[in-house]
Design a protein around this ligand. Sequence first.
Ligand code: NAP
Length: 269
Amino acid sequence: MRYISVITNGTDVSEQTKEVLIEKFEKHGFTVLEQCSVDSELLVCIGGDGALLQAVHKYDFPSIPIVGVNTGHLGFFQEIAPDEPGMPDTFIQEYKEGRYRLQPLNTVQAVVTTQNGKQEILRGLNEIVIRGSHSYSVHLDISIGDSPIEKFSGDGILVATSAGSTAYNYSLGGSIVDPRIKLLQVTPIAPMNTTAYRSFTSSILLPSELSLGIVPETGKGNYIFLLNDGIEHAYAHVQEIKIEFSETVINLIRFESYDFWDKVKTKFL
Ligand code: NAP
């Protein structure tokens, strides 16, 4: 028995697409489950990039291949447009014949240590964002590896994976990075660069083996907010945050026609 998991973001068009896909998969001899399961060989995620991000977090960065079906969103992670001629039959046929490759996407993780010594790890496929509460600016002592670099002052900083470089990072003026490159991109959010405060104003790129150390200055609001792919976590009394490249990957299915730079061109230009 071959199991396929199919999940959606719940919109009408995604639910309709799901019904069509289930029927087709069953005709091809697969058994469809409507949740991610250890028995499944493939996770089909219907919606947009946001739906794929949600699924990745809900199922804790599953190791099975994932394919995204785009139902009217930006769909940067998504591989299949259901209204393209021949879809979804072509996709199921190519999948059955193994005519695809896996695109491994690395993740980023933040290890948060609070003053009572508790540690928590947050993982992101796109990025980790650090910012203050109630729109207060943050003041962060930043080190790279063992070297203290600067006291950053501004709205916050964002640390993007290569795959996440086209998301929030891009809106902040960060660079688009080919996902085959293993790095982290640190992009400032509204940095203050005056005679009172000195902060870097452009993105910096870190090799995968270097981590970023952050010690927040306690100030107004007392809380530091961390967001992994937009999921917000509030921390009081943070001692240190370490942000590092993670070898945890998700594997996206890409068919023969996939080309990252072609996708960039069609989605952004
Ligand atoms: P959202 O605010 O509803 O959607 C943000 C937009 O980002 C959507 O159009 C989404 O595509 C797109 N997106 C997500 N990942 C992408 C990627 N890797 N490359 C290109 N575009 C991508 O939030 P959401 O859907 O829950 O997604 C969370 C993500 O939103 C965060 O990880 C962050 O990167 C992004 N975000 C962006 C901004 C900004 O650009 N100013 C601000 C906050 C958060 P779909 O339309 O296909 O879903």
